[in-house]
Design a protein around this ligand. Structure first.
Ligand code: HEC
Length: 97
């Protein structure tokens, strides 16, 4: 029993560790598959929240790698909920360079 728990713990660590290394919680790249409608919600959030401090930075302007670095702090700046941040991230990633 104990061994199972340890193995599960290691498994969970390995499974999440690779993707979330050095990343605060809001940056967790979602593995969820979004529907078109959900992605469209991400677009709406982008349109509503991402031109308040600067002009729109279009997803296609940057690589996914760059977005992975930039988005978490912008999601924080835009004060989005975790859920909104995730769907926004999914939309941006779907349209990144
Ligand atoms: C509260 C103000 C504010 C909001 C809201 C905001 N940003 Fe920004 N953004 C900044 C500032 C300031 C910079 C430039 C300095 C920096 O990189 O932090 C910036 C820079 C950027 C950059 C360029 C980063 C680089 O390194 O070239 C991108 C891309 C970006 N924002 C995307 C977004 C997106 C997407 C959103 C919506 C989720 C957003 N921003 C919302 C203030 C904001």
């Amino acid at each position: 029993m104990k061994r199972t728990i340890i193995l599960l713990a290691i498994g969970a660590f390995v499974a999440t560790g690779c993707f979330t290394k050095n990343a605060p919680k809001t940056t967790v790249a979602s593995t969820k598959n979004y529907t078109e409608a959900e992605l469209e919600k991400g677009h709406t959030i982008f349109t509503g929240s991402c031109n308040k401090c600067h002009k729109y930075k279009e997803p296609a302007q940057y690589s996914k790698q760059k977005w992975t670095k930039v988005l978490p702090s912008m999601i924080k700046k835009a004060k989005l909920s975790a859920e909104d941040g995730e769907v926004l991230t999914a939309w941006v990633m779907a349209h990144a360079k």
